[in-house]
Ligand binder design. Structure first.
Ligand code: EPU
Length: 448
């Protein structure tokens, strides 16, 4: 059965009205992780067989990757209701550059097609990338990795990058200057079928990456991960299709947890996984949020009384995720005292606080590092630390969604605020939050 993962009525529905001030209460289910599912779909391209991915969320990013795969001659069947994607990559062909280009700017995933396409076809065309505007988001590590593995990168094309590997890819010693999630995935997807051994030091080890390693191992790859963030990949001759159930989206789960705290609510997040959220749960408890873990998920609630302020620094795994930061900042506007957030992953991830201030929050941004973690943005001109003073009542207003996580944070702010808010550009949230309108209604939110 073929269904679009994001229903068409949602696509056109770009504005939402929120009548806030009511606690969110009830139960919702969170499916697989956006930042894993898209990569596992790309991995299927490595094998001339059929792969089956389960627990797939109904989000726009899945639709974009499905379309990209189809443009390369791959058969993709999406059963949105069941959350199952079946990919038959027996046949792969070069996509028309103009067609690929229509998807440029939709996501950051196309760059990860490089390795699989080089192995299957000897060349790849990567359109200009999209994704959230939360910093410069260069792809220098990706391209350097591909070059080290033997690829030739031509950036002359006006619409994208043409990559070739006339002599195939070969193993290499690679060091990442920063543990980039995408560049680690790039190396994995390119090195599994390369000739010889690859050693990747300074790798990222996010749970989503470990799930990708699990998928690749099911496909026949030889990969080991050392405690010092070194990943060793022994190239194999060929890979086969996989069947795999995605890990839960820990960013979506934490977003709903933050919504429960900010709105004085009580939300059971079915599917939430404690192991992948330990760092978040510790912070949640320090703030004064309550949670209860059971076999089916995690219940998050505001126990009443004052929330406490915290100082947090975002970091790569196992640190506090950058993607958890934005929704939690809204909850911190309701904590009693001064909270500090030092963002060390993206240089420009506090733009979303401006509308919060207009709604009544007291948030001051600083270029200094307000924390002790090593930070690439020290002595640079980026407002990457925030001081939040609370509690401040929020008032509804008109908001334009800036990016995926910032947008969801605005939604939480509107639900927390007294009065009416109108949020424009809301469909951006469809990229990563499956059926969030349905879930909000199930939690008693007043939205139209
Ligand atoms: N970076 C470079 N050069 C590169 C690659 C990255 O300088 O070639 C820098 C980035 O500019 C950034 C830092 O390294 O400052 C980390 O970037 P990373 O490569 O780790 O991020 P990503 O792979 O582009 C994924 C997620 C993001 C998530 C980050 C960090 C996907 C599709 N995206 O991005 O998710 O924030 O890892 O965990 O997996 C989101 O879901 O809203 C989101 C932005």
């Amino acid at each position: 059965m073929m269904t679009n993962l994001v229903k068409s009525d949602q696509k056109s529905d770009d504005v939402i009205k929120v009548f806030g001030g009511k606690p969110l209460e009830g139960s919702i289910r969170v499916r697989g992780a956006k930042n894993f599912v898209s990569k596992a779909m790309v991995a299927a391209l490595l094998a001339p067989g059929t792969s089956v991915l389960k627990n797939v969320p109904e989000i726009r990013d899945v639709q974009v990757v499905s379309d990209l795969l189809r443009l390369h001659g791959v058969q993709v069947d999406v059963n949105g209701a069941e959350g199952i994607v079946t990919i038959d990559a027996s046949h792969v062909e070069l996509a028309d550059v103009a067609d690929v280009d229509t998807l440029s700017g939709s996501s950051r995933i196309p760059i990860l097609f490089s390795g699989p396409l080089l192995h299957r076809l000897g060349e790849a065309f990567i359109p200009a990338l999209g994704g959230c505007r939360i910093g410069d988001r260069p792809i220098d590590f990706h391209l350097e990795t591909l070059r080290k593995l033997g690829a030739k990168v031509n950036k002359e094309h006006k619409d994208g990058i043409h990559i070739t590997a006339p002599d195939g890819l070969h193993g290499a010693k690679i060091h990442l200057p920063y543990p980039s999630v995408g560049a680690t995935e790039q190396t994995l997807l390119a090195a599994v079928l390369a000739d010889g051994k690859t050693e990747l030091s300074g790798a990222a080890i996010e749970p989503e990456i470990m799930d990708l390693v699990a998928v690749l191992q099911k496909m026949g790859a030889l990969i080991s991960v050392d405690v010092d963030r070194t990943i060793r990949i022994e190239g194999v001759e060929s890979l086969r299709g996989y069947t795999h159930t995605s890990l839960t989206d820990r960013i979506e789960a934490a977003s709903w947890a933050s919504a429960a705290l900010a709105t004085h609510g009580d939300i059971f997040v079915k599917g939430a996984d404690q192991d992948d959220m330990m760092t978040f749960l510790n912070v949640y408890r320090r703030i004064g949020g309550e949670f209860d873990v059971d076999d089916n998920g995690i219940r998050f609630w505001h126990p009443g009384g004052d929330l406490k302020p915290v100082a947090i620094e975002t970091d790569v795994h196992p640190g506090f995720m950058t993607d958890w930061q934005q929704p939690l900042v809204v909850a911190l506007t309701q904590a009693k005292g001064l909270s500090i957030v030092h963002e060390t992953v993206y240089e420009n991830r506090f733009g979303f606080t401006k509308p919060l201030v207009q709604m009544g929050a007291t948030i001051q941004l600083y270029k200094e590092c307000l924390g002790s973690l090593p930070c690439r943005f020290q002595q640079r001109n980026f407002e990457h630390s925030a001081v939040i003073f609370g509690p401040t009542p929020l008032e509804g207003r008109d908001i334009d969604v800036p990016d995926l996580r910032g947008g969801f944070s605005h939604l939480i702010a509107a639900l927390t605020a007294k009065g009416e808010s109108t949020i424009h550009g809301i469909s951006l949230i469809d990229r990563g939050y499956a059926d969030f309108r349905g879930k909000l209604r199930a939690l008693g939110a007043e939205i139209i």
